[in-house]
Design a protein around this ligand. Structure first.
Ligand code: UDP
Ligand code: MG
Length: 321
């Protein structure tokens, strides 16, 4: 049955969050059109989520929609961030396969056809895996690598490395994702968590064609924190081990000092060692409290049960109404 469906004509949803991307839109659309024009068996819908743009993105989208009834526009009430915008898109997507794709052509649209081919072969998830990070800044390379390393060392849910949001997902995966209730959504983690039969396509990630990256260092750092703490409470456990280790060391050191005093008498008062151990322990405690605070903060936000985003309007193409 499944195989039969996978050979028939296919509804494909592209999900593109946009925030101040008005220059990049026309070129993106042109690229997508040129790929899908020769594939009549693919029934395309392009869902753009306007994530609180302050430029002409929305009016540009509305104008483009006049000419292309495959465009659907979701206007969020303010900037909720890419993760929330993606969730909003997944919620309304009607496709049998759904593909989140960036508007800046850093996710090469030509890969979509290859992804669909692999889907027809029976895979439910096809991940785009970048084989170079040349288009990233040095700081981003270092921080991305260390994030994946730390995350995958401590978490039981492994994030595939060098894989972004660009991927194909089958309807069954989307339905499961849409059921997840959390409002703080770290999409890479959620994608990995739901599982399903997965394969990869390797690609070279080009630089952004137009406009600027929306992720500066501080935003990336927060995303990494979100990723680490929203997917595993293991970071909390780490501090227990650290604490045990430090106390054991302190105990052994104490015994050593005691024996020394008993044998040699009282030494010159050891200010240095006292200060060092006080500061070391103080620092450790502060970090521990910080980690606790991070989790507590997340629990607090989650417990309010606020939605991940607010949709202010949905603009459906005129012909469908
Ligand atoms: N984006 C968004 N909301 C945000 C930040 C980014 O919808 O708050 C969109 C952005 O318009 C783009 C995509 O997410 O389509 C990826 O952003 P960007 O290219 O700046 O990220 P990078 O490729 O540098 O990681
Ligand atoms: Mg980009």
């Amino acid at each position: 049955m499944d195989r039969l469906i996978r050979n028939a004509s296919l509804k494909v949803s592209l999900i593109t969050p946009v925030m101040n991307e008005f220059e990049a839109l026309p070129l993106f659309l042109e690229n997508i059109k040129s790929i899908f024009n020769s594939h009549n068996e693919l029934n395309l819908e392009m869902i753009f989520i306007n994530d609180g743009s302050t430029d002409d993105t929305l009016s540009k989208l509305l104008q483009l929609q006049e000419d292309d009834p495959r465009i659907r526009i979701i206007n969020l009430s303010r900037n909720f961030g890419k993760e929330a915008a993606l969730s909003a898109g997944l919620k309304v997507a009607k496709g049998q396969v759904v593909i989140p794709i960036d508007v800046d052509l850093q996710d090469p649209p030509e890969l979509i056809l290859e992804m669909i081919k692999l889907w027809r072969d029976g895979f439910d998830v096809v991940l785009g895996r970048r084989i170079n990070r040349d288009s990233d800044s040095f700081a981003k390379k270092i921080s991305a690598n260390s994030f994946y390393w730390i995350h995958n060392k401590i978490s039981s849910i492994k994030l595939p490395e060098n894989v972004g949001d660009f991927r194909l997902m089958d309807r069954c995966v989307i339905d499961e994702l849409n059921k997840l209730p959390e409002s703080r959504r770290f999409m890479k983690g959620l994608f990995a968590w739901v599982g399903f039969k997965t394969t990869y396509i390797d690609y070279i990630r080009p630089s952004r064609i137009l406009g600027k990256t929306k992720f500066n260092g501080w935003r990336l750092w927060n995303l990494a924190l979100e990723g680490l703490t929203s997917f595993t409470p293991d970071l909390l456990k780490l501090w227990t081990y650290f604490g045990v280790l430090v106390s054991m060391f302190a105990f052994i050191f104490g015994v050593y000092v005691l024996i020394k005093v008993l044998i040699y008498g009282i030494d010159v008062p050891g200010y240095a060692s006292i200060i060092i151990s006080v500061m070391f322990l103080g620092g450790l405690q502060l970090i521990g409290i910080g980690v606790l605070g991070e989790y507590l903060g997340r629990t607090y936000l989650e417990s309010k049960r606020r939605p991940a985003y607010i949709v202010s309007q949905i603009f459906e193409p005129k012909v469908n109404q």
